[in-house]
Structures are given as structure tokens and as C-alpha cells.
Design a protein. Structure first.
Ligand SMILES: [Zn+2]
Length: 307
């Protein structure tokens, strides 16, 4: 992608504040504190995480020594292994525990299921005499091989070692950064990074502009109250967990619009209301992928509503 980077493009959000934005996956922040370099989230796989480390060195003149995981979802912590030898890994206590409890299990399950898929394709390749199909299966199996090479193994799980409950402040020679959590909405615990002088907020997956918020793995009833607390900080720029950087007012407006859209719809369709409509027929908010929208709707209807 852009500026000589392979896995992402780098956007400068402020003097010494950068975001690595991949095409589709989760974002990662690079913050030059002046005497230290801080990373916010580490991607899903090893190749992009390695490149993130290199980008941080290139942009700040030193390797990162502080590495944060905003929350316990694979695309925000599985790159930890690349940084663990040189940096302090940091997360909230709930996030650290969720990675410890579920991360290893999830990696093993994912790897086993991919192995099974690859084995059945290999079997198919051995049985077919159709040349076109052979070429196609070969190409798919190559992709699987690349995946196995780049995807962390269960032994690559690296847990945060510096743990906070509510907040942790980094006072660098050039700027201050505050890591804090107001609880869990998208995940068991969502942390944000706040740069008070620049009014930049790294919001993690609490804000994903013009796309689905993912509601089914946390406590969505906390979402609106948390947004209120984030807004009270007074940010002007939001770095979301996915998608591009956005003016703060637009980021908050989108998150509220999305939450209200799906909860109003779920209230309408909840078992006491109209239950004859098929979920597949529901229209997602503009720009949102249908599969994640349906998953949210299914989750909300089963819970009746956020309230
Ligand atoms: Zn997430």
C-alpha cells in the first residue's frame, strides 16, 4: 500500500502521531512520546505486525517500548509476539484475563479448523483428474500455506504484563498520553488512548465510522453511556478501531446513529412485536456489511433490547 508500506498506509494525525491503516483490518497507532515510542494495538498476523514495528522505528527513530492492547479481540493483540522481547505489553486487567482465557483456545480452534480445510482440499487434489480444478486447488492450497506461515501459533500468544484497572498515564518528554477504560461495551473491557494536548482519541472498536459496530461480544447497554464520557473529554479527532480517521463529532454521531438504528429495529421485531419478518430481509444502515448487521440484530432480538 502507500508510502512504501506493504500491509497498510500511514496517516499522520498530529506531529509525531501516526496511524497504520490496513485495507480492511484493524488500525494501529504509533505515538512518539518524545523519549519513548508507544504502539496502540498490534494487528492479527505477524507480517503486518513486523511492518508496524519497522514503521514505528522509521517514524520515531527508536523501537517501540510501550505496546497497548485496546481490547481482547484477536485483531488487536495477536501481533504482540513481534514486540514482546523489546517492549512492555499493556492492557486492562479484564482484557489481559480475556486474552489469557480465550486467546489460546481460539487460536488452537482456528488453526485446527484451517488444517482440516486444507487437508480436505489436498485430498480433493489427489482425487481429481480435471487439470483446471488442479490448478485452482493448488492456488488455494498456496494461500493456506501463506496463512499458516503468517498466522501466530498458540505458542506465540504474549500476554500483557503491565496491567491497569481504570487508567494509566504516560508522561513523555514531548507529550502526555492517557490510557483509560470506562468499562466494556464492544468487548469485556474497551480501553481508549487519549492525547489531551492534541485532543486526539484512539477509540478502538467503540467507534467504527460508516460501518457496523460489533455488539455481540460485550455489553452493548454500556455503549451510549461510554460514548458520553468519551465525548466529555473533548476530542476533535477520532482514530477508530477500523476504517479511516474521522472528525470527533462525526464519529460520535455515526456511533449513536448506528446504535439507535439497530436497537429501534430490534425493539420493533422483538418477540412481543412483529416476529414474522426474516432477518435476512432487513436493510442494514448505509455502507454496512449485511452479515455483521444480521449478527447484531440476531443478538439484540434475543436480548430483547439494550434497555
Ligand atoms: Zn473488537
Amino acid at each position: 500500500m502507500g508510502e512504501g508500506y506493504h500491509h497498510f498506509s500511514i496517516e499522520t494525525v498530529g506531529d509525531g502521531v501516526y496511524v497504520a491503516i490496513p485495507d480492511g483490518g484493524s488500525n494501529a497507532g504509533i505515538v512518539n512520546l518524545g523519549d519513548k515510542t508507544l504502539i496502540f494495538d498490534t494487528f492479527t498476523t505477524i507480517g503486518p505486525a513486523r511492518e508496524l514495528k519497522k514503521a514505528a522505528e522509521r517514524l520515531t527513530g527508536r523501537p517501540p517500548s510501550l505496546v497497548i492492547n485496546s481490547h481482547a479481540h484477536a485483531d488487536h493483540y495477536q501481533g504482540n509476539v513481534v514486540f514482546a522481547d523489546d517492549a512492555i505489553l499493556i492492557a486492562s486487567i479484564k482484557t489481559r484475563n480475556a486474552i489469557a482465557e480465550e486467546g489460546l483456545f481460539r487460536l488452537e480452534r482456528m488453526k485446527n479448523s484451517m488444517m482440516e480445510q486444507a487437508n480436505s482440499l489436498r485430498k480433493k487434489l489427489g482425487q481429481t483428474s480435471n487439470e483446471n480444478e488442479k490448478i485452482q486447488l493448488d492456488a488455494i492450497l498456496n494461500e493456506y500455506d501463506e496463512f499458516f506461515e503468517d498466522y501466530p501459533h498458540p505458542k506465540d500468544i504474549r500476554l500483557p504484563v503491565l496491567i491497569f484497572e481504570q487508567s494509566l498515564t504516560f508522561q513523555g518528554s514531548r507529550r502526555m498520553a492517557k490510557l483509560m477504560t470506562f468499562g466494556g461495551a464492544h468487548s469485556p473491557c474497551d480501553a481508549v488512548l487519549w492525547l489531551p494536548d492534541e485532543k486526539i482519541l484512539f477509540a478502538g472498536d467503540l467507534i467504527i465510522p460508516n460501518d457496523n459496530l460489533i455488539l455481540s461480544q460485550g455489553n452493548p447497554e454500556n455503549w451510549l453511556p461510554i460514548l458520553k464520557q468519551l465525548e466529555a473529554l473533548g476530542p476533535t479527532i477520532i482514530v477508530p478501531g477500523h476504517r479511516g480517521i474521522i472528525p470527533a463529532d462525526e464519529g460520535f454521531a455515526w456511533a449513536r446513529y448506528y446504535l439507535n438504528y439497530v436497537t429501534d429495529l430490534a425493539d420493533e421485531l422483538s418477540p412481543c412485536g412483529n416476529s414474522t419478518v426474516s432477518l435476512e430481509d432487513l436493510a442494514a444502515p448505509p455502507g454496512c456489511r449485511h452479515n455483521w448487521f444480521i449478527q447484531n440484530m440476531d443478538f439484540l432480538i434475543k436480548r430483547h433490547s439494550l434497555n
